[in-house]
Design a protein around this ligand. Structure first.
Ligand code: ZN
Length: 652
C-alpha cells in the first residue's frame, strides 16, 4: 500500500493501513464493520452543521462533475475539480483549518458555462424553489466574498454568532445564546448535562427554540441510519458493558435526551476490557465560537496490543517519574496515577475526523464525568505511522536537518521517539504535578493551555533521555532521545514556521508551546553554546552541541513552568509566552518559507479510508469482512455521497 495518494491546493491525501485486520477474529471484524457503517452514515450531518448551503453546493458541484458535457481537459475544468476536491476535504465551503471561505479559483462566468452544459434532469430541487433561483443563490454563495465569509469567527470585536457562518444558530445573537445556556447551567446542580450540545438554536417569532438533532427531529433521516447500524453492532459486541452503552447511545439518538448521553459516556469510560472501541456522536465544540454545539464525528478503532504495552509500562511506573522529576517537592503529587492510555489503530474515520484527523483522542468532554469517572486517552498508531512514513520521503528532513548523522538517526529512531514523546506527554505529563489550594486554570487566563502543553512536553523531553527508559525496555539506546531532541528543536525553531503566514505571529497553543520551549533553551544555553544556529550556503540550521546540558535546561524550565501552574502566576506565564512563544523572527521566517516552497509540499494532510466489504455465503450468514486500499480520493467521495447521502439539501 502506498501512503501517498494525491496532492492539490494546500492539501495532501494519504492512506493509513489497518494492521492485522485480516487476523482479527470474525466477531471483531463484524463488530468493526457494523460500527464503520454507522460511522459513514453521519457524514451529511457535519456538512449541514458547517454551513446551511454546504449540501446544496456539494450536490450542484457533483452534478456538474458527473454530467458536464463540455471539454473536461481545459485548465478551467481542472480548476473546477480542485475546488470540488477542496470542498470535499473541508466538508463544506470553508477551509477546514482557517475556517475562511474557500476561493473558487476559477471565473464566475465559467461556472455559468458549467451549469449550462450539465444535465439537470435527475436533479431534485428543494421544495418551493425553481432551478434558476436555486442555482443563482448557490452561485452567489460560492462567488460573493461577502457571503458566508468565515465559518467560525473568534474576533471578540464582533458578535461571535452573527459573524460566524456555521449553521448552529439561526437569527440568534451572542448575548441571547449566552444568557440562555448560562441560566440552564445555573439551575442544573453539580452534574449538568451538556446543554445545547445536540441542537440548532433558532429564533422563531421572537422566541428561542432548540431544534434537537434526533430521530424524527432535525437530521432524523441520517440518525435513523446510524441507529440501524448501531443496533446491528450490538449483536457482535465483545461484552455486556459495550452492549449497554451502545443501547444508551441508541436511546439518546432516538430521544435527544442529553442525560442518556452522559450515561452512555460514563459506561464508555468504564469499559476497558474490549479491544474494539468507537466514538459516534456530537462531540467536539470547536466549530462553535461559543463552544456549546457538538460537531458530528465518528472513529472506530481497536487496540494495538504491542504498542499498548509501552503506555502501560509508563502508567505503572507513574510514581517513579513523579518522585524523580526536577520540580519543587511542594508541587509534586504524593500519589500519582498514570492515565489509562492505550495505543489504537483506527479502522474508519468519519464526520469531523475525516479526512483531516486527530492523532489522539481524549474523551469525554464533560468536566464532571472526567473528574468522577476519569477519561480515556488514546494515541492513534497507524495515523502517526502514516505521517512519519510520508515525512521520510518528502524532502523536509534533508532540507532542514543539520547533518547526515541527524538524518540517519531520525530515520532509525524518529518514529519510536516521537511515539514515546506522545506517550510520556499524554500518560504522565498532563497528570503530573500538584497545584496550590485555591489555584485553578482560570488564574492563567488565556495563557493556560499554552502553559499546560508546555508542561506536558517538557515532562516528555526531560524523561526521554533518562536511563530509566532504557531500564524499562522502552528505548534501545540514548540515540532515540537524541533523535527526539533534534526533531523537537528543528520543528520548534524552524519547520513549524511553514504553517504561519508571512507577517503573522503564532496563535495556536501547541505551536506557541513548542517555540517557547525551543527559544528558551536556546537563549538559556547560549553562554555554553548548548544549541547553535549556523548558516551554510545561505540556509539556517539548528545544531545541538551538548545533549545532556540541553536535557538539564528542559528540567530547569519544567521546574519553572510547574511553579507557574501551581501558583497560578499569571505575570510569569504571560512573560514566558509573550517573550518566547508568540513573536516570529521575520527574516528567518521568510527564509524557511522560501525553502519550504521549493519543496512544493502541502501544509495540511488528510486520509482516505480503506474499503470494507462484507463477504456473505449463499445461505445468508456472513463469512468474512474484506479490506482493500485501492479506492482513490474522488471515487471515495462520490461513493460516500451516493451511498451515505441521507439528508436533503435543505434541513430545517
Ligand atoms: Zn497535551
Amino acid at each position: 500500500m502506498d501512503v501517498f495518494a494525491e496532492k492539490f491546493a494546500d492539501l495532501k491525501i494519504l492512506r493509513y493501513s489497518v494492521p492485522e485486520f485480516e487476523n482479527l477474529d470474525l466477531q471483531k471484524k463484524l463488530y468493526i464493520y457494523n460500527l464503520s457503517q454507522a460511522a459513514l452514515c453521519g457524514r451529511d450531518i457535519l456538512w449541514d452543521q458547517n454551513n446551511r448551503y454546504n449540501l446544496s453546493v456539494r450536490t450542484v458541484l457533483e452534478t456538474i462533475w458527473k454530467t458536464f458535457s463540455g471539454n473536461r481537459e481545459t485548465p478551467e475544468f481542472k480548476l473546477f475539480e480542485i475546488y470540488l476536491k477542496r470542498v470535499w476535504f473541508s466538508n463544506g465551503i470553508h477551509h477546514h483549518y482557517s475556517t475562511e471561505k474557500l476561493p473558487a479559483g476559477f471565473p464566475e462566468i465559467y461556472f455559468k458555462e458549467l451549469i449550462a452544459h450539465s444535465n439537470w434532469s435527475d436533479f431534485k430541487l428543494p421544495s418551493g424553489k425553481n432551478r434558476h433561483e436555486f442555482i443563482s443563490e448557490i452561485q452567489e454563495v460560492i462567488f460573493n466574498p461577502e457571503r458566508e465569509k468565515k465559518r467560525v469567527n473568534l474576533d471578540p470585536e464582533k458578535d461571535l454568532l452573527v459573524s460566524s457562518s456555521n449553521n448552529y444558530y439561526q437569527n440568534v445573537e451572542q448575548s441571547e445564546a449566552e444568557i440562555l445556556y448560562a441560566e440552564l447551567k445555573a439551575h442544573a446542580g453539580s452534574e449538568p448535562v451538556s446543554f445545547g450540545l445536540n441542537s440548532t438554536l433558532v429564533k422563531e417569532d421572537g422566541c428561542l427554540v432548540e431544534k434537537v438533532w434526533k430521530l424524527g427531529g432535525k437530521y432524523g433521516p441520517a440518525i435513523e441510519q446510524i441507529i440501524f447500524w448501531l443496533n446491528k453492532a450490538i449483536d457482535y459486541a465483545e461484552n455486556d458493558l459495550q452492549k449497554k452503552y451502545i443501547g444508551h447511545l441508541v436511546q439518546y439518538y432516538a430521544t435527544g435526551d442529553l442525560a442518556l448521553f452522559d450515561q452512555y459516556s460514563i459506561d464508555w469510560v468504564k469499559e476497558l476490557d474490549g479491544e474494539v472501541d468507537f466514538v459516534n456522536g456530537f462531540i467536539e465544540v470547536y466549530g462553535d465560537a461559543l463552544g456549546i454545539k457538538g460537531s458530528w464525528e465518528s472513529i472506530v478503532n481497536y487496540k494495538d496490543t504491542e504498542a499498548s504495552k509501552r503506555a502501560t509500562i509508563l502508567s505503572e511506573n507513574a510514581q517513579w517519574f513523579e518522585d524523580h522529576s526536577p520540580v519543587d517537592p511542594e508541587f509534586k503529587k504524593a500519589e500519582v496515577k498514570g492515565v489509562s492510555a492505550k495505543v489504537i489503530n483506527v479502522a474508519i474515520l468519519a464526520g469531523d475526523c475525516y479526512p483531516a484527523t486527530p492523532i489522539g483522542i481524549n474523551l469525554p468532554n464533560a468536566e464532571w464525568i472526567r473528574e468522577k469517572y476519569g477519561s480515556k486517552s488514546v494515541t492513534i498508531e497507524n495515523i502517526t505511522q502514516a505521517y512519519f512514513l510520508d515525512s521520510m520521503n518528502n524532502g523536509m528532513l534533508e532540507e532542514f536537518a543539520a547533518s547526515t548523522e541527524e538524518i540517519e538517526r531520525t530515520r532509525q529512531y524518529g518514529y519510536l521517539a516521537g511515539n514515546l514523546h506522545t506517550d510520556l506527554h499524554e500518560c504522565l505529563g498532563h497528570g503530573s504535578g500538584k497545584v496550590r489550594k485555591g489555584v485553578n486554570t482560570d488564574n492563567l487566563k488565556n495563557y493556560y493551555s499554552t502553559i499546560e502543553e508546555t508542561r506536558a512536553d517538557l515532562f516528555a523531553l526531560y524523561y526521554i533521555m533518562d536511563d530509566q527508559l532504557v531500564k524499562l525496555g522502552l528505548v534501545p539506546s540514548i540515540d532515540a532521545a537524541k533523535a527526539e531532541f533534534d526533531g523537537y528543536l528543528r520543528n520548534g525553531l524552524l519547520t513549524q514556521l511553514t504553517r504561519i503566514e508571512p507577517g503573522k505571529d503564532i496563535e495556536e497553543s501547541h505551536m506557541r508551546n513548542r517555540q517557547l520551549i525551543t527559544r528558551w533553551v536556546y537563549e538559556a544555553g547560549k553562554g555554553k553554546n548548548v544549541v547553535e544556529f549556523f548558516s551554510s550556503e545561505g540556509k539556517t540550521y539548528v545544531k545541538i552541541n551538548d545533549y545532556s546540558a540541553l536535557r538539564d535546561l528542559f528540567g530547569q524550565l519544567l521546574k519553572e513552568i510547574q511553579r507557574i501552574k501551581s501558583e497560578g502566576d499569571l505575570e510569569a506565564a504571560r512573560n514566558l509566552v509573550e517573550n518566547f512563544g508568540v513573536k516570529v523572527d521575520r527574516q528567518l521566517h521568510i527564509e524557511v518559507l522560501e525553502r519550504f516552497k521549493k519543496l512544493d509540499l502541502a501544509p495540511y494532510s488528510g486520509f482516505l479510508n480503506p474499503v470494507y466489504e462484507l463477504k456473505v455465503y449463499p445461505c445468508g450468514t456472513s463469512a468474512d469482512v474484506l479490506i482493500r486500499y485501492d479506492e482513490d480520493y474522488t471515487s471515495q467521495m462520490m461513493r460516500y455521497s451516493k451511498d451515505f447521502g441521507f439528508l436533503p439539501m435543505v434541513n430545517e
